[in-house]
Ligand binder design. Structure first.
Ligand code: PGA
Length: 240
């Protein structure tokens, strides 16, 4: 894993955007793996600004999101489809039919999982995956204990994840209990991975990622076995 140390969140977003924009320009048909949460918001802002100023084109880009809450439709303001539309997809020249987020309000979430995994395979997989990390080491919604062999699946969210995400809802009770997430194997198939880590609340997660054991109790630890991972971490996350 390559680690790029930066001063703060803004510099992390800037560096990540430079990397993304370079890749999109070199490969205009790139398949991007996208993530939600606070970590990539600054990156998406930079991508929108660059699109408006420098006209980097997304006409042939395809996007695949990591996860979605079960029970929320794409119109729900807390759904990840809604988040992605607001933060990025509505503001660049992407063809909407090339943007993919698992459907959270489907009658048959199990079938949606196999459909999504199939979709990833049919399109040749993700070229560049953006990731955040949960303080419990989750990537996507793969909570501790998730099999390293997993493909897209249904997951029950841990209390700590629901509490962390309650900041986006009006109450903890409103946070869905389950989600559809790309599995660890699905994520590991990405040709390249960019992991963004910012803030002192991520210090423990980062040090465990770098120095802890590689096992399913800390899902992100598997990234140490991937051939092409870049971490951009800020001073607060790196600590002393
Ligand atoms: P965050 O979430 O980017 O909002 O910190 C990361 C995660 O929980 O995967």
């Amino acid at each position: 894993m390559k680690i790029i140390k930066v001063k703060n969140y803004d510099e992390m977003s800037q560096k990540a955007a430079e990397m993304f924009i370079g890749k999109i320009r070199r490969n205009p048909e790139i398949n991007l793996g996208l993530a939600t949460g606070g970590s990539p918001v600054g990156l998406y802002k930079q991508l929108v600004q660059d699109h408006q100023t420098n006209h980097t084109s997304y006409k042939k880009v395809k996007t695949f999101n990591l996860d979605e809450y079960i029970g929320l439709s794409g119109e729900h303001p807390n759904s990840y489809r809604y988040f992605m539309n607001e933060q990025l997809l509505n503001h660049v020249d992407l063809n909407k039919s090339n943007t993919h987020v698992p459907l959270g309000d489907t009658e048959n979430p199990g079938q949606q999982c196999s459909h999504y995994e199939q979709l990833l395979k049919e399109h040749g997989g993700v070229d560049l995956q953006i990731l955040g990390i949960g303080s419990n080491g989750h990537i996507g919604f793969n909570e501790p204990g998730t099999s390293f062999q997993s493909e897209t699946h249904i997951i029950e969210l841990t209390p700590s994840t629901r509490e962390a995400n309650a900041r986006f809802f009006t109450s903890l009770e409103e946070v869905p209990t389950h989600a559809i997430t790309m599995g660890i194997t699905s994520i590991m198939r990405s040709k390249e991975i960019l992991l963004l880590i910012s803030g002192d609340s991520k210090q423990d997660a980062l040090s465990q990622l770098l120095q802890g054991a590689i096992n399913e109790n800390f899902p992100a630890s598997i990234l140490r076995t991937h051939p092409c991972v870049t971490i951009i971490a800020d001073e607060a996350a790196l600590g002393k």
